[in-house]
Every structure is written in structure tokens, then in C-alpha cells.
Design a protein around this ligand. Structure first.
Ligand SMILES: *Cc1c(COP(=O)(O)O)cnc(C)c1O
Length: 406
């Protein structure tokens, strides 16, 4: 008989690599936007597993897609194709600028594919000189060595030996800084329409318009990393739609699987043709289980009711945060769009986002930080009004605790 393991938080320190520092409690069950820990304590979930649980926990559409597919077919490898992958790809193509899809298992892998494709496209269409990738300070694109190097936080990529080269960083929302780096060597500009990990910083319309024009002028590809902003989170299926600025390559993950690992890279036929047979691949990418779940997620989210609901919920979040701020004066602004919001701490509370996050957990609310000065909210896109009100009541108590302890 298999040995019964006594699972406690201290077991983490015994058996896990120490690259994470998880909270003291261990969640064991979730339903909608509520989560319960081992002691039966209940939490309102405003984190959504870092913008992943787009339909909350155990949404019936996802459970039935997963369990139905689980009884049919789990895995084939990419030597064969499968029905869920082709259905999902068709829907992504129908609903976006894209004509072709590559499936991966995470955001980093989707970006890795995007950057390799951009390099291969530039090499084949323009020649060896065209290989520079321009991205932005504070950007985040994943933790593989290429993606973390493209990301704009050197502290994440330092300390692992020589980095992939020809990666340059400009200032986000500063078009002149992009202009200064652009040349005939530029193969791609990579950006998040709203920088997520960097602090919930939306691109301005002028900036995105300008970057698009610069890319066209220098025959460089515009790659949008919508791993955090995609799949309805900002009230449109993808955030680029809010700006009416189309990328050449788009990456999506997080909300796409609603908690089941999947990522995808979307592009045009003309660009996609440079990933010929054998140039790139993955064992699990596009596997039937992940694609069946993602199809259910897309079907559920990509409706006018859910997408408009996201914007209505944003208004409720903003109203409650404004009222809390009126009383306690802790934020300088609330940034972001839809269910990706950042409450930016004012001068008095600089560097203390984690204190608010910990106080929230004390009061039964799962929130997030984005850097040291922003409290981030990325809940389910179908969170109920009652859950928002209850969560905000708890957040108000958390804010009071931090303010009164000062
Ligand atoms: C989370 C994130 C990634 C990385 O996704 P993983 O699934 O963790 O590899 C990449 N880009 C952005 C914008 C993200 O928010």
C-alpha cells in the first residue's frame, strides 16, 4: 500500500527547491471565487492564480470539458494532430488578426516560440544582420533563458552565465527611446499592452500607434505578449483590440487555460511559413486535454455578456477602491483595465505593497502585488458582485490594519 504523507506547510521547506516562498496556509478546495485551506478557512480570491483562473475555480464548463476529454483521449504527440487542438486553433483564428496558431504549455514557451520565429523570419526575409530584439524595462516575458533575457528586469536574468545576445531595452511609453534603438538590424519589438509584473502600466494609444509605425518603417515585427492581458481580461478578447493596433505575432497563456497549462502563439500565414517542419516543437503543446479546456474557456468568455460584465465589474472595483482611498489615503491612482487592476501606493506607503497583501490574507482575501508599490487584482472574469463586495469589505479591513499600525 502507498505510504500516507502528512502534508503540512513545513514539508515544503523539506522537499521543495527553495525558489518560492509560499504563504503559510495550503488551499485544498476552490469554487467560483472562493477558496478553502486545510483548516477550512475561507478566502475570497482576487488573485485568480496570477491572472490565470479566468472562470474562477471548478467552473462547470471547464470541469465538463476536462472530464469528458479525460475519458476519450489524453495524449498523442505532435506526430499526430487532434480534434480539440484544431477546434481551438480555428476559434482563435476566427476571433483575432491571426491566421495560424502554435500551441505550447506556458507563457514563456509561447514567447520562446515567438522570439525564435521573429529571428528566423528576419534571417530568411532580410538576412543575418537583422537580429536585434527591442523590449522594455520592467517588462516580463517568462523565465526561460531567452525570455527572461528579453524581459526588462536584469535581476531575473543575471547570475546564469552568458545571456542570449542582441536584446536591447527601451523605456515603456517613451517612443523616442524606441526610435533611438531602431535600425535595419531590428527584427522585432516586443511589448505587453499593459505591463503586468512591471506594475500594471497600460501602454498609451500614442505609444502603441508610434511603435507600430516604427516597426512598419524599419520592417520589424511587432510582438505583443498578451499572456496576462489576453482572453477577455481587459473587456476585449485581446487587449490589442482596445487600441486597434494589430501585432504581427501575439502570445497568450494564463487565462486561456483557466488553470490548465496551455500557451499559444498566433501569427499570420506569411510569417508562420518560416517555422518549417522540424524548426521548432514541443511534446505536450496542443495536447487534447489542454485544448479541450481552453476551447470551453474561450466559448464561455467570448460573449458580449461576459466581456461587458468585465467592464461593469471594473467599475465596482474602482468605486470600492476610491471609497477606501477617500477614508484612508493610501493610493495615488488605480491603473489597468477590466479585471487587471493595480492600486498604486502613494508617497507615504512606498515599498509596502507586500504589507497590504499580507494584511489582506489575514482578513481572508487573496490579492497580489506587482512590484513593491502596487497592489494587484486579477480575479475571475465572472466573479459575482457579492464576491466583489465581500472581498472589498475584507480589503478595507486590511487597509485599516496597515494604516493603523503605522
Ligand atoms: C506570466 C507571464 C509570462 C510567463 O508565463 P508562464 O506561463 O509563467 O511561463 C509571460 N509574459 C507575461 C506578460 C506574463 O504575465
Amino acid at each position: 500500500m502507498a505510504e500516507q504523507i502528512q502534508v503540512t506547510r513545513s514539508l515544503f521547506d523539506d522537499v521543495m527547491v527553495p525558489n518560492y516562498a509560499p504563504a503559510k496556509m495550503i488551499p485544498v478546495k476552490g469554487q467560483g471565487s472562493r477558496v478553502w485551506d486545510q483548516d477550512g478557512r475561507e478566502y475570497v480570491d482576487f488573485a485568480g492564480g496570477i491572472a490565470v483562473s479566468s472562470l474562477g475555480h471548478c467552473h462547470p464548463a471547464m470541469v465538463s470539458a476536462l472530464t469528458e476529454q479525460a475519458g476519450k483521449l489524453w495524449h498523442l504527440s505532435n506526430v499526430l494532430t487532434n480534434e480539440p487542438a484544431l477546434r481551438l486553433a480555428s476559434k482563435l483564428v476566427q476571433q483575432t488578426f491571426a491566421e495560424k496558431v502554435f500551441f505550447a504549455n506556458s507563457g514563456a514557451e509561447a514567447n520562446e516560440a515567438a522570439f525564435k520565429l521573429a529571428r528566423r523570419w528576419a534571417l530568411e526575409v532580410h538576412g543575418e544582420h537583422k537580429h536585434e530584439i527591442i523590449s522594455f524595462s520592467k517588462s516580463f516575458h517568462g523565465r526561460t533563458f531567452f525570455t527572461v533575457t528579453v524581459g526588462g528586469q536584469a535581476s531575473y536574468s543575471d547570475g546564469f552565465g552568458p545571456k542570449p545576445g542582441a536584446v536591447l531595452h527601451a523605456e515603456f511609453n517613451n517612443l523616442d527611446s524606441v526610435k533611438a534603438l531602431m535600425s535595419e538590424r531590428t527584427c522585432a519589438v516586443v511589448l505587453e499592452p499593459i505591463q503586468g509584473e512591471g506594475g500594471i502600466i497600460p501602454a498609451t494609444q500614442e505609444f502603441l500607434d508610434g511603435v507600430r509605425a516604427l516597426c512598419d518603417q524599419h520592417q520589424a515585427l511587432l510582438v505583443m505578449d498578451e499572456v496576462q492581458t489576453g482572453v477577455g481580461r481587459t473587456g476585449s478578447l485581446y487587449a490589442y483590440m482596445n487600441y486597434q493596433v494589430e501585432p504581427d505575432i501575439l502570445t497568450t497563456a494564463k487565462s486561456l487555460g483557466g488553470g490548465f497549462p496551455i500557451g499559444a502563439m498566433l501569427t499570420t500565414t506569411e510569417i508562420a511559413k518560416h517555422l518549417k517542419v522540424g524548426t521548432h516543437g514541443t511534446t505536450y503543446g496542443g495536447n487534447p486535454l489542454a485544448c479541450a479546456v481552453a476551447e470551453a474557456v474561450i466559448d464561455t468568455i467570448n460573449t458580449p455578456e461576459v466581456l461587458q460584465g468585465v467592464l461593469a465589474k471594473e467599475q465596482l472595483f474602482r468605486q470600492r477602491l476610491a471609497a477606501i482611498n477617500e477614508q484612508y489615503q493610501v493610493f495615488s491612482e488605480v491603473r489597468g483595465k477590466g479585471m487587471l487592476l493595480g492600486a498604486v501606493l502613494n508617497e507615504k506607503y512606498q515599498g509596502r505593497a507586500r504589507d497590504f497583501f499580507l494584511a489582506a490574507a489575514d482578513h481572508g482575501l487573496m490579492a497580489l502585488v506587482a512590484g513593491v508599490n502596487v497592489v494587484r487584482f486579477a480575479p475571475s472574469l465572472v466573479i459575482t458582485e457579492q464576491d466583489i463586495q465581500d472581498g472589498m469589505d475584507r480589503f478595507e479591513q486590511a487597509v485599516a490594519q496597515v494604516v493603523n499600525a503605522a
